[in-house]
Design a protein around this ligand. Structure first.
Ligand code: NAI
Length: 399
């Protein structure tokens, strides 16, 4: 099949297998160009391993400290007439490259919120992995969750928790700036968002893994959060998603206490940089902020993608002996994004940005390029006019 991008709103409904493989390879090459992480993890479980921050969290330990990895995700396989989702192709490419380097790499595709998938994960660790898990990365971004006990479906919303919030936003399909008003969530919507994106499921995972005795002494676990500047707080930090992230932090403290007592382990929340991913593209206001952020960070030579962020997280924080926690006990690899010079430049641009000066003040070309890359488009060396096999699968998930 010849595959081209089909963009609908903030998603692309097609993905290119060779392009996704090239994107994964770019990230592997980056990790291989960096110094090896001394005393890095050896047996890693990544929940949400197929895209964005989770994929990078699988690539870094594999290619930096030779880790065996088990990746859990929820992706759609392809066939001869329909492409798979990008995460499916990313995982196929990852497994192939890791196996070629002699590393164990297996994946499970299904609903991470379910009891069944947790049990399958435990079975796979017990039956196929050489050792217990010494790093669990929790990197899920999901719009819904089926409660494993009651079967009730919870849906997360991206709303404020105060009144209406009006600000500039970017229509990413057309590159137009427009005004958007985001309404306030109901109490029920706030609670549902916490159910989906808070820390409850992270705790269920760690409890299930601990109970099955598949966590190693000294195990570390990390989940990802975002804070950002005050201009996005009404929709992010003070919004429904921010409420879920606060819950994640409370859960982290509980997990840390439990793990340190039972296994000498620890739990962290890492606050990461705003980046173009499938999850962040859906948040109003944020894509405009990211476009201006990219312009400023690239101009100062500070720009990082997911892979550079996770490399720094693992090399300089998680495995450096000094995680450099902030006053609230969080790891901060959003430190460069939040630098005063970067933020004051963004504030100045934000106030004056219009459709007329957008291309001067923001890096929309960079935004679009990165968005397309998420789906395997626009990568050097890929022949997009050639017939390609859309039915490929991660070797461990091939029928
Ligand atoms: P993403 O959309 O790139 O990846 C989400 C992952 O979750 C995929 O692997 C997907 O298959 C998996 N997933 C979704 N629902 C699932 C389910 N029910 N069962 C199993 N797997 C499922 O997301 P991204 O942006 O990498 O986000 C990951 C985490 O990082 C989130 O907690 C997000 O809030 C956080 N974060 C993201 C930032 C950003 O700018 N993108 C910034 C800071 C934190």
């Amino acid at each position: 099949m010849i595959v081209s991008p089909k963009i609908r709103g903030f998603i692309c409904t097609t993905a290119h297998p060779d392009g996704c493989a090239a994107h994964v390879q770019e990230q592997i090459d980056f990790v291989k160009s960096q110094p090896k992480i001394e005393n890095g993890p050896k047996n890693v479980l990544v929940i949400g391993a197929s895209a964005g921050y989770g994929l990078a969290s699988r690539i870094v330990p594999a290619f930096s400290s030779g880790a065996n990895t088990l990746g859990v995700f929820f992706e759609k396989p392809g066939n001869d007439t329909r492409t798979a989702s990008a995460g499916w192709y990313n995982s196929a490419a990852f497994e192939k490259a890791a196996t070629a380097d002699g590393l164990f790499a297996k994946s499970l595709n299904g609903d991470a919120f379910s009891k069944e998938l947790k049990q399958q994960t435990i079975d796979l660790i017990q039956n196929e992995m050489a050792g217990k898990i010494d790093l669990v990365v929790y990197s899920l971004a999901s719009p819904r969750r089926n409660d494993p006990e009651t079967g009730e479906v919870y849906r997360s919303v991206l709303k404020t928790t105060g009144g209406d919030f009006t600000n500039k936003t970017l229509k990413t399909e057309t590159g137009e700036i427009a005004e958007v008003t985001i309404g306030a969530a109901t109490e029920e919507e706030i609670a549902h968002t916490i159910k989906v994106m808070g820390g409850e499921d992270w705790k269920l995972w760690i409890d299930a893994l601990a109970e099955a005795d598949v966590l190693a002494d000294g195990v570390k676990t990390v989940a990802y959060s975002y804070i950002g500047p005050t201009l996005t707080w009404p929709i992010y930090t003070d919004g429904t998603i921010g409420g879920a992230k606060k819950h994640l932090e409370t859960s982290c403290a509980e997990l840390d206490a439990k793990l340190s007592k039972s296994l000498g382990g620890c739990a962290y929340v890492s606050v990461n940089k705003a980046l173009v991913t499938q999850a962040s593209s859906a948040i109003p206001v944020v894509p405009l902020y990211i476009s201006i952020l990219y312009k400023e960070m690239k101009a100062k030579g500070l720009h990082e993608g997911c892979i550079e962020q996770v490399q720094r997280l693992m090399a300089d924080r998680l495995y450096s002996g000094d995680p450099q926690l902030d006053d609230a006990g969080r790891i901060r690899v959003d430190d460069w994004e939040m630098r005063d010079d970067i933020q004051s430049a963004i504030e100045a641009s934000w106030d004056k940005v219009t459709n007329e000066n957008f291309s001067e003040l923001a890096d929309f070309a960079g935004y679009q390029e990165e968005f397309l890359k998420l789906f395997g488009f626009g990568l050097k060396g890929v022949d997009y006019d050639a017939d390609t096999d859309t039915a490929i699968a991660p070797p461990s998930l091939s029928a």
